[in-house]
Write a protein that binds this ligand. Structure first.
Ligand code: S3P
Length: 174
């Protein structure tokens, strides 16, 4: 079984993904960390050196590689589901969960961590809010193809994910 956590930057994919993997006794992989480890470079450096287009190709290969695992929770980079027909791949290989949050919350979380996000790092906080709103509008049609959509602003997100997964877990046992 593969669980893909998708959603915008700072939606909590990595934080909640680790907690869910722990509770389900599954492995956890974050595609950004996987790529950074593989190339010994940060996502910022990769974007700078090769540009976004090539980074998206790397992400696609990383997605294929990490999806060879079974029993894994995969947190994808925020842009991954929106490029290279990756949402088709994700839907074919596992169960996807969209962690949905408002642009206002995402932008406020990103104010302090934007330096590690190449698409946002040079923006003022005002520009950041406008970009998040605009990008999210374009990305939502991809994210909303997820099998399960969860309000990432609610408390106890991992508990909700566990509940949502009960039917899938019993299906696996049958
Ligand atoms: C990106 C999201 C980042 C990272 C890169 C591009 C995006 O991952 O892959 O900076 O286009 O949304 P996180 O969602 O883990 O921040």
């Amino acid at each position: 079984m593969i669980i893909y956590l998708i959603g915008y930057m700072a939606a909590g994919k990595t934080t909640y993904g680790k907690q869910v993997a722990n509770r389900l006794k599954m492995k956890f992989i974050d595609t950004d960390e996987f790529i950074e480890h593989k190339f010994s470079m940060s996502v910022n450096e990769l974007f700078k050196d090769m540009g976004e287009r090539n980074f998206r190709e790397l992400e696609r290969s990383a997605l294929e590689e990490v999806s060879e695992n079974d029993g894994v929770v995969i947190a994808t980079g925020g842009g991954l589901p929106c490029h290279c027909n990756n949402m088709d791949f994700i839907k074919k290989h596992g169960t996807s969960i969209y962690l949905k949050a408002s642009p206002a919350l995402l932008a406020s979380r990103l104010e302090t961590v934007k330096h590690s996000r190449p698409l946002l790092k040079d923006k003022s906080n005002e520009e950041l809010r406008a970009s998040v709103t605009e990008m999210l509008e374009k990305r939502e049609p991809f994210y909303e193809r997820a099998d399960i959509i969860i309000d990432a602003e609610g408390t106890k997100v991992p508990d909700i994910i566990m509940l949502a997964f009960r039917p899938y877990m019993s299906e696996q046992r049958n």
